[in-house]
Structures are given as structure tokens and as C-alpha cells.
Design a protein around this ligand. Structure first.
Ligand code: FPP
Length: 226
């Protein structure tokens, strides 16, 4: 793939854990667990494919509306994921970044996340995880901060988005066949390519990410030169 048409920043709405579990007559928690395995595979694939930044929608500000038991399953999954994967992140030069109001999580999770942020801060590639994230909330927050500086312009707002230090979003993928943005990276998607794939998140892996990057390259070639 030519250097210029390789996406630098890919974001994924990881959807379909519940349906994956239902198809197998398993509890939803098993779908989320398999979703965690897909996260691990995809983070590794992002390295293989040379992405500078991968952003994953792990917990939206609307996810608090789910049943208490499911929220607690997701929180436990997050605890275990950080415990198991942090050393590999550091070893692989991955910088963790969190977008969203993660301080609303339980104190032990906030502590684990902040420890992970500190330990990975020198990484050269970025894994951005959206936690308690909503794009409208992000834009409102950035506008408030920009207003306090007296500059409510696009540039002024952009400077205060959580993603201000990340490369521009090139490609946004949603799994599971749903065709919605669900309050994810609304500002950042202004010029991004979008890809809605008919794969449930727990089945997602390197071949799908590779195919998505190739599709991005084809679209780039089609529109290139204009
Ligand atoms: C959508 O499935 C997925 C989520 C609710 C969030 C994503 C969470 C994970 C992939 C778990 C692991 C994450 C980390 C960072 C360890 P859904 O329940 O909405 O699926 P459905 O629409 O089929 O019910």
C-alpha cells in the first residue's frame, strides 16, 4: 500500500457483543469477554499495520442506562484487561490515552487507568480508549473552554477536544452492520472515511482491519488528485 494512502488514525465503534452471545445462547457477559479478546487482537493488528493511532469506543456516556449487572461486567472486564495487558502495552511502545470523563468510574479503576497513563506516556503509537465518552458532551466542553479564552472558533474548539494531540481521524469503522455514529467523534468525523462492516465485534481481527485499511486506500486513490 503506498505510504500516502495508509490511514494514520483509525477509530472503531465496537458493536455486536450482545448479538454474538445471543447467537450462541451465551450470557451477554460472554459476548463482552469475547469482545475484550477482539480488542487485544485489534491492538496487535494496528501495530502490524503501522497505524499511528487506534481509537476504540469502549463505554459511552449512554451506556450507564444498561442494567446494573451488565455495567458491572464491563467494569470488571476493564479492570482485568488493564491488569493483563499493561506490561505488553509498555513493551510494545503503546501510549494509552483516554478520551471522555473517566473520573466518573469507580476509584480503583480511575487509579488503574491513571497508573496505565503514567506508565505508557512515552509510547510512540497511541491507543485512545473512549470511556464515559459522548461527542456532544466533548464539543460542549471544548466550546466552554474556548469561550473562557474568548475564542469560539473552529480552531479554538478543536484545541480543547480530547483528541487535540492526535493525528486527524482518517477512517471510522462500525461493526455489526448498524449504520449510526451513536455520539462518537462527531467533530472529528467531518472529513473521515466511514466503513460499516457486517462483522460482530467479537469476530473482528487483523484480516478485517487490514481489509478496512485497503478499502481506505482505494477510496483515497479514487478521490486523489482533485
Ligand atoms: C457493544 O456491544 C459493545 C460495548 C457495549 C462496548 C465495548 C466493550 C468491549 C469490546 C469489551 C471490552 C473492552 C475493553 C476496553 C476491555 P453491544 O452490547 O452493544 O452489542 P449488541 O448491540 O449486539 O447488544
Amino acid at each position: 500500500m503506498p505510504e500516502s494512502s495508509q490511514p494514520r488514525h483509525v477509530a472503531i465503534i465496537m458493536d455486536g457483543n450482545g448479538r454474538w452471545a445471543k447467537k450462541r445462547a451465551l450470557p451477554r457477559a460472554m459476548g463482552h469477554k469475547a469482545g475484550g479478546d477482539a480488542v487485544k487482537r485489534t491492538v496487535e493488528a494496528a501495530k502490524t499495520l503501522g497505524l499511528e493511532c487506534l481509537t476504540l469506543y469502549a463505554f459511552s456516556s449512554e451506556n450507564w442506562k444498561r442494567e446494573e449487572g451488565e455495567i458491572s461486567d464491563l467494569m470488571n472486564l476493564m479492570r482485568r484487561f488493564i491488569e493483563r495487558e499493561l506490561d505488553a502495552f509498555v513493551a510494545n511502545g503503546l501510549r494509552l490515552k483516554i478520551i471522555g470523563d473517566y473520573k466518573a468510574f469507580a476509584p480503583d479503576i480511575v487509579e488503574k487507568l491513571e497508573d496505565a497513563l503514567e506508565r505508557t506516556k512515552d509510547g510512540s503509537r497511541t491507543l485512545a480508549v473512549a470511556l464515559n465518552y459522548g461527542a456532544q458532551q466533548e464539543i460542549a466542553r471544548a466550546a466552554r473552554l474556548a469561550a473562557a479564552e474568548g475564542e469560539v472558533s473552529c480552531e479554538g474548539i478543536e484545541r480543547h477536544l480530547y483528541t487535540a494531540d492526535l493525528p486527524p481521524l482518517d477512517l471510522l469503522i462500525r461493526t455489526s452492520g448498524e449504520v449510526r455514529l451513536s455520539n462518537f467523534l462527531l467533530w472529528q468525523s467531518a472529513y473521515a472515511e466511514m466503513l460499516f462492516v457486517d462483522v460482530l465485534w467479537p469476530d473482528f481481527g487483523e484480516e478485517h482491519l487490514r481489509a478496512a485499511c485497503e478499502e481506505f486506500a482505494r477510496r483515497e486513490r479514487r478521490y486523489g488528485g482533485r
